[in-house]
Design a protein around this ligand. Structure first.
Ligand code: NCD
Ligand code: ZN
Length: 346
């Protein structure tokens, strides 16, 4: 197959940041994607519907005029989030989901939730009104090994929450382990998972072998090879519970290339070329559209996009810029470490 036309994809987990960074990166998403769930971990975070409305306006103002990209806004769950405000956000159509960051789990998550009990009134309201919860599924206890944090989160936080509030719809974002995949598959309802481009491509060796490679460091951190294989199997299975969330998370190079580098991989620019490569390698191009364009909208109760996108397989590898230059500084683009042949042409 050398040409592929599919419904326009959506990105169900994206960091656009703000200010000069937002202006510098947004076109890499809006060029190819119709919609994206926008992460609220700004400084300060997007906590209220008023914050989200203002952030949405800044995003729309930064969009290239020709792009009809729709930002789907989220609220950052804190221990003080007001259930009435969340309900207002959902009813007005502004808010698509609420995001749970366990405090300290990742970039800008210190205002997140320490004590789940305190978040229960909001979660109960969300269950009642059918507003999904997006979770960063990692515990933060210092005694838990970083490679085990997802599995321990499932056992100690996610499963108890689902037993207590089975009606709450939960997206386990950026699943990185076989444990996560198995847990989602074992559920009967109200649970789905997004998978990033990079976790389908790298395992933890990419970060650590032959020197420390900060541009492959993200959270949740890439795991061992058997987990990557499990993620691929889920992504290409067509199972409607799995869909794309790139977790493209730009940081300027000096903040990545230092003694304590930030977590985050920037992949918006070449994500669809990388993914087409993965699906082709797996002999699963027939499942590509389900993963990028159908399963996500179905889960979020939205129609699939009417517009299409076409990719062409070039005989020669296509060159992507290694860095995205922004007014905030340069951002290194995800390097999949194999040549890319699939080109998005329209
Ligand atoms: C994200 C960021 O930089 O905001 N980083 C990352 O490694 N994915 C936060 C997150 O989604 O965990
Ligand atoms: Zn993220």
């Amino acid at each position: 197959m050398t040409e592929l036309t599919l419904r326009r994809p959506d990105d169900w987990h994206l960091h656009l940041r703000d200010g000069e960074m937002l202006k510098g990166v947004i076109a890499d998403s809006s060029r190819h994607f119709a919609r994206a769930i926008i992460m609220p971990n700004l400084v300060p975070p997007v906590v209220t519907t008023e914050d989200a409305a203002a952030y949405r306006e800044r995003i729309v103002a930064a969009l290239p005029a020709a792009d009809r990209f729709q930002p789907l806004m989220t609220l950052y769950l804190t221990e003080h989030t007001d259930p009435d405000d969340v309900e207002k956000g959902k009813q007005s159509g502004l808010i698509t989901a609420v995001k749970l960051y366990p405090a300290g789990a990742t970039t800008n998550s210190h205002s997140g939730v320490r004590d789940m009990e305190k978040a229960m009134p909001v979660l109960e309201r969300m269950a009642k009104i059918g507003l999904p919860l997006c979770v960063h599924g990692e515990v933060t206890s210092p005694e838990v090994d970083i490679f085990d944090r997802e599995a321990v989160f499932i056992e100690t936080v996610l499963d108890p929450l689902r037993r207590r509030l089975p009606e709450l719809r939960i997206t386990m974002e950026h699943v990185t382990t076989q444990d996560g995949i198995d847990y989602i598959k074992s559920s009967k309802a109200n649970l789905a998972g997004s998978i990033t481009t990079h976790h389908l491509i790298i395992n933890r060796n990419a970060i650590l072998v032959g020197g420390i490679r900060p541009h492959y460091y993200c959270l949740p951190v890439a795991k061992r090879e058997s987990h990557r294989v499990a993620l691929r199997a889920a992504a290409i299975s067509g199972d409607p519970r799995f869909f794309l969330g790139t977790d493209s998370a730009p940081h300027v190079d000096p903040l990545k290339e230092c003694a304590c580098g930030c977590a985050g991989i920037y992949s918006s620019l070449n994500t669809l070329s990388c993914l087409a490569h993965v699906f082709e390698e797996e002999g699963a191009l027939d499942k590509f559209e389900a993963f990028t364009s159908l399963n996500g909208p179905a889960w979020y109760g939205l129609p699939a996009n009417e517009e299409t996108i076409t990719l062409v397989r070039r005989a020669e590898p296509i060159e992507f810029p290694p860095k995205r230059m922004t007014g905030a500084g340069s951002v290194t683009v995800f390097d999949p470490m194999f040549p890319l042949h699939w080109d998005v042409v329209s």
